[in-house]
Write a protein that binds this ligand. Structure first.
Ligand code: NAD
Ligand code: TYD
Length: 351
């Protein structure tokens, strides 16, 4: 029996990773540690909450004493660290939360693992989940490889870059058995509707304006969340200690093209006349420091560990839109309360 800690498991990607591990590795004991911020929601894991190899612990990774006691109690063999503040726009208005959770929280976990595994690091693994945004922004050409120098621009990406450096420092200095992956933009079910795809699905459904930042020419490389979870499974089990793996869908979309594609699919699904939802597109003030383009080279992961994306984008997008249309209650629950205040603050002043 292996004791595995997954942090941030009630968030978007974390919930998919918990679900995969709980169902696939019935001989592991999976502890999901999450603070349940606005982005964490136990509804995301309703289908596994009663499984005997699963346990939820509510707690804050910024609280070092708490983290140390948790490691002492469960004696984890492995850590998959996803807990983070994850939204760029929120990092622009409130950077400190990002510094605490993404940097201090990560160091608290590293310290606890270092103490626990100091005598025998054999077979142990600290897996830090990061983002391609640490590499900064590309122009029209080029691609991020594992060798690309870090050049983060937002407080979010700078805090993740900082955490990545600290994870590597604990490997190089203390011999902590770490592995890191940097993934491109994810989409799929259970994503909080502050990120582009679920936000726009929700707005199209409700006939609300679609706030396109700047000219809509920024490019993102989209990956289906279950393909990210599958990559995490492979890297956790087969990745080489001390290595970094890029994960991406080889699927670049200019924002405005993606938005028009979503409008087209939703017109069809909602029985609207073609072209109806596109009329909701509203160009608003650009995001400060908005990275122009991300594109990720995942050939190392593909050739060394045998991972590849399972879905093409249009299939994934259709599946995702269907999920949000079929899970109205979930959307309603997460967009009540504080969401309205966030929306007003973020988009009320954007016009
Ligand atoms: P999310 O915002 O949906 O979920 C984050 C989770 O972390 C939430 O459940 C939240 O409650 C929890 N959390 C936040 N602060 C915490 C704290 N102090 N203590 C304990 N738990 C805390 O994020 P996501 O999109 O699922 O991203 C997960 C990870 O993947 C992050 O590390 C992010 O940087 C990384 N990542 C995300 C993407 C993406 O496209 N979403 C892409 C690449 C990498
Ligand atoms: P987002 O989903 O926030 O991911 P990230 O900034 O981490 O890549 O945004 C994806 C792209 O969509 C990004 O270029 C910003 C843009 N965007 C908008 O144009 N309008 C919006 O309301 C949001 C949230 C994002």
């Amino acid at each position: 029996m292996k004791n595995i800690l997954i942090t941030g498991g009630a968030g978007f990607i974390g919930s998919h990773v918990v679900r995969l591990f709980v169902n696939k590795y019935t001989d592991y004991h999976i502890v999901n540690l999450d603070k349940l911020t606005y982005a964490g929601n136990l509804e995301n894991l309703k289908d596994v909450e009663n499984k005997s190899n699963y346990e939820f612990v509510k707690g804050d990774i910024v609280d070092g004493d708490f983290v140390e006691k948790l490691f002492d109690k469960y004696r984890f063999d492995g850590v998959i660290h996803l807990a983070a503040e994850s939204h760029v726009d929120r990092s622009i208005t409130n950077p400190m939360e990002f510094i605490f959770t993404n940097i201090v929280g990560t160091v608290n976990l590293l310290n606890a693992a270092k103490v626990l595994w100091s005598e025998n690091p054999e077979g142990k693994r600290f897996y830090h989940i990061s983002t391609d945004e640490v590499y900064g922004s590309l122009g029209e050409n080029g691609i991020f490889t594992e060798e690309t120098a870090y050049a983060p621009h937002s407080p979010y990406s700078a805090s993740k870059a900082s955490a990545d450096h600290l994870v590597r420092a604990y490997h190089d200095t203390y011999g902590l058995p770490v592995v890191i992956s940097n993934c491109s933009n994810n989409y799929g079910s259970y994503q909080f509707p502050e990120k582009l795809i679920p936000l726009f699905i929700n707005n199209i459904k409700n006939n609300k304006p679609l706030p396109v930042y700047g000219k809509g020419i920024n490019v993102r490389d989209w990956l289906f969340v279950e393909d990210h979870a599958a990559a995490i499974d492979i890297i956790f089990h087969k990745g080489k200690t001390g290595e970094t793996y890029n994960i991406g869908g080889n699927n670049e979309w200019k924002n405005i093209d993606l938005i028009k594609k979503m409008c087209e699919i939703m017109d069809r699904k909602l029985g609207r006349k073609a072209g109806t939802s596109e009329k909701l597109i509203t160009y608003v003030k650009d995001r400060a420091g908005h990275d122009l383009r991300y594109a990720i080279d995942s050939s190392k992961l593909q050739s060394e560990l045998g991972w590849k994306p399972s879905l093409n984008f249009e299939e994934g997008l259709e599946k995702t839109i269907d999920w949000y249309l079929q899970n109205e209650k979930w959307l309603e629950n997460v967009t009540s309360g504080d969401y309205k205040k966030y929306y007003e603050e973020q988009y009320g002043r954007q016009k």
